[in-house]
Structure formats: C-alpha cells, structure tokens
Design a protein around this ligand. Structure first.
Ligand code: SME
Length: 148
C-alpha cells in the first residue's frame, strides 16, 4: 500500500510545479487510498498563519495560528506530530467531531515553511511510524516539484 501510494503521488505530480494542483491531487489520493481516513489535506503558510488549502473530507477551519492545535504546533516546531488520541492532545482543534487520531507533517522548502500535510482518522491510534515515513516521503515529493 505504502509503495503504491508513493508511486501514484510521484506519477501524478511528475512534471507539474503548481503547488495547489499537486496538493489537490495528493489529498484525493490519500483520502481514497488509505483506510479509516475522514480528512486528508493541506494548510498553507501565508507568511503569518496557516490557511486552509486543498483537501478531501468535511469543511474545516480556515485559519490556524502558528503554535495552535496539532497543525500550528507542527508548523511552529517544524516536526511531524502523530496524535494517537486527539482528546488527549491539549489544544486540538476539532473540525470534524468524528476525528479521533491525526498526523501532521510540516512542509519545508530550503528551510522555509510552506505549510503542513494533515490526515485525520475516526480510529484511535490509526497512524504508525510507517505512515509517518510515508507522509514524509509524500511531502518530499511535493517539495521537489516546486521551482522556487
Ligand atoms: N485538528 C487540526 C485542525 C485541522 S482539522 O483536523 C482538518 C488541529 O488541531 O490543528
């Protein structure tokens, strides 16, 4: 599954440098390929805060300050965060009440914050270290497509 997802992501972004277009397709691939996922998408950094980007799933909160919630914490600390149980994460921002676990991976380009990849699951402890590695590889592919 992991290799199939990475192959698909590499293929659909091949030769395309538009970040929004690539994020939109990747959100679709993740949402439709992974089991037990109710939201998959991106928040993009506008220079001051995170703003909702392409996603699949229910409508989500639009702006997240750095340091807030799982996404804002991942962006501020520039590290992947796996939350096994969102109810145990202080400050978790509940966009879809069905979400029970979450993974957020920061997107960095030449040391600059581009945004975060965020995937939610209705199942507690959905995301393993293998999933974290796969998401990091997806972000690497996306960042490699950027031309500036
Ligand atoms: N739960 C996130 C907010 C985004 S939604 O999950 C789509 C957070 O705490 O940052």
């Amino acid at each position: 599954m992991r290799d199939a997802v990475l192959t698909t992501v590499a293929h659909i972004t091949d030769g395309e440098h538009d970040l929004i277009a690539n994020c939109a397709n990747v959100a679709s691939v993740l949402y439709h390929s992974l089991a037990d996922v109710n939201w998959a998408g991106f928040y993009l950094y506008d220079g001051s805060e995170l703003v909702l980007g392409p996603f699949h799933g229910k409508p989500a909160c639009i702006r997240i300050a750095l340091g807030r919630g799982v996404c804002g914490t991942s962006a501020a600390e520039r590290r992947t965060i796996v939350v096994d149980d969102v109810e145990a994460f202080p400050g978790h921002i509940a966009c879809d009440a069905a979400s029970r676990s979450e993974i957020v991976v920061p997107m960095l380009r030449d040391g600059r914050l581009v945004g975060v990849l965020d995937v939610d699951s209705p199942r507690v402890e959905r995301f393993s270290s293998d999933d974290a590695q796969m998401m990091a590889s997806i972000v690497d592919i996306l960042m490699s497509r950027l031309t500036r």
